[in-house]
Design a protein around this ligand. Sequence first.
Ligand SMILES: Cc1cc2nc3c(=O)[nH]c(=O)nc-3n(C[C@H](O)[C@H](O)[C@H](O)COP(=O)(O)OP(=O)(O)OC[C@H]3O[C@@H](n4cnc5c(N)ncnc54)[C@H](O)[C@@H]3O)c2cc1C
Length: 474
Amino acid sequence: MFDVIIAGCGPTGAVLAAELRLHDVRVLVLQKETEPVSFVRIVGLHIRSIELMAMRGLLERILERGRQRPAGGFFAAINKPAPEGLDSAHAYLLGIPQPVIVHLLEEHAIELGAQVRRGCAVADFEQDDEGVTVELADGEQLRSHYLVGCDGGRSTVRKLLGVGFPGVPSRTETLMGEMEVGVPQEEIAAKVTEIGETNKRFSLRPFGEGVYQVIVPVAGVSDRAEPPTLEDFKQQLRTVAGTDFGVHSPRWLSRFGDATRLAERYRVGRVLLAGDAAHIHPPIGGQGLNLGVQDAFNLGWKLAAQIRGWAPETLLDTYQAERHPVAEDVLDNTRAQMELSSTEPGPQAVRRLLTELMDFDEVNRYLIEKITAIGVRYDFGAGPDLLGRRLRDIDVKQGHLYGLLHRGRGLLLDRTERLTVGGWSDRVDYLADPTAVLDVPCVLLRPDGHVAWIGDDQQDLDDHLSRWFGKPAN
Ligand SMILES: Cc1cc2nc3c(=O)[nH]c(=O)nc-3n(C[C@H](O)[C@H](O)[C@H](O)COP(=O)(O)OP(=O)(O)OC[C@H]3O[C@@H](n4cnc5c(N)ncnc54)[C@H](O)[C@@H]3O)c2cc1C
């Protein structure tokens, strides 16, 4: 008997497994593929995900394998630098290929004690009052208290659960792959600049050692089950650029669409959905993996609390209440970005206008906070603006605040030195620090770093500790 079975060991499943292990939850991750995938999909980690890595002590090893790049220029690929003074100690984009980040996240989950079984696809399940019986493709049956579908956009778990996935099907398609080219770099750069004036969905980027990442739009939507061929790339490059750049020796070839869909529910009884299993959208702006990782951080401690037996009754349902609106917003902004990338004259005019508007610091800041997810604010009721937001990594007397959050527990940061976490000390850490750079007296942080309470009154604090962390232990 496991506490939680996770279907899928992509970025979402791996992070969720690690978060659950921080609370000693018995986790089994089932991964359909026998080998790790080699697709290089993502642009990288945006600010909030980088912060989350810092919160769990993972940032250094991730920084070693990635490249820091400026945070600006990602909204619809409109070329504007990020505004000064973004509210983060990690205000950059971390370029890191998806297979590398997935490997690091999986390695971390295993180090913390998660079991990962490869070559095991979830084929069916049945839930009852005590748990879930999960059936694998080879007929083996496993039992757990909860099942989480982190099994990607075509999620088997979501389909078996019968949860609706309404939205818009793909209307455009893009080929993407890595391959070598047969013409000099300068020739490619000149052509890419020329086409990029009007076509924002076309690019050829050098990836080193003569290998290029090629992204080229396709007219119409083809049979998506078939992977594209090198000949498809050549043909499409000739159509868009007038030359196929002599491409050859592909490393991998794929295609993606712009389908936009959101699961109607994130939880049915003992089965939950996270990451692409719960939402899909066009990759423009590079938010999908980030969104899934952030789902996992939101869900992990709540599911652990449920299993450990201290979760307040409605805690697990706050997962959907908080994360569904965030996904809705990402779906909306990616849809808007796709429109802004159209070659039609109307959207091009809107793009020019938005480009001008982004010269206003507030507009630029708003968009970058949206795309990097540092602007996310959960609805915890009325209160100061900071309530419901994540707190940036600030200096505290022991060093950095995020350095105190590695164990995935709550934290009371008390500038008054008068308060106590009392009977919640088994779940919530306490730091008295009158020097902490905060313009409020005290904050209570949830394990995902969001501000659950602000104030200086012990009774009010106790009420909020109960709200988020259940009954005190003594
Ligand atoms: C071209 C492209 C570019 C992108 N660029 C970015 C970017 O720059 N930034 C960004 O944040 N996002 C980007 N994304 C999106 C990102 O790749 C996804 O959002 C991310 O991979 C979702 O992670 P996940 O773990 O939820 O799902 P997945 O990565 O799809 O992982 C799901 C896993 O579940 C496994 N699985 C499936 N079915 C089963 C089953 N029945 N049983 C067990 N295992 C199963 C699969 O093998 C897979 O390993 C891009 C996507 C594309 C297509």
